[in-house]
Design a protein around this ligand. Structure first.
Ligand SMILES: [Zn+2]
Length: 94
């Protein structure tokens, strides 16, 4: 899931132009004051038009600043040599 999708879900945001709009969780919001956009690099751009800081918005939905940034997925796999253990003697009974 992209970070912006996470935010959109948590804030129940609605699509608006290039981004989304949501009721700001950091103040008593009756009209959607919070603009959510996705930056070119995948990061989330938050803007409350009532003036809430990004930090307070994040705190209200229990996210951290790092949740605004895409997770860099390391896909490189370690070459894993699976050696068959020589456990074939376990069938022996005495
Ligand atoms: Zn606000």
């Amino acid at each position: 899931m992209r970070p912006v999708e996470n935010l959109v879900q948590r804030l129940n945001a609605r699509r608006s132009g290039q981004g989304w709009k949501a009721n700001c969780p950091a103040h008593d919001d009756h009209v959607p004051s919070l603009s959510i956009k996705e930056g070119a690099d995948g990061r989330v751009l938050l803007k409350c038009f009532a003036g809430c800081s990004t930090d307070s918005v994040l705190a209200a939905i229990e996210l951290k600043a790092r949740d605004l940034f895409p997770v860099i997925q390391v896909t490189a796999k370690k070459p894993e040599k699976r050696r068959k253990a020589q456990n074939e003697q376990q069938g022996q009974k005495r």
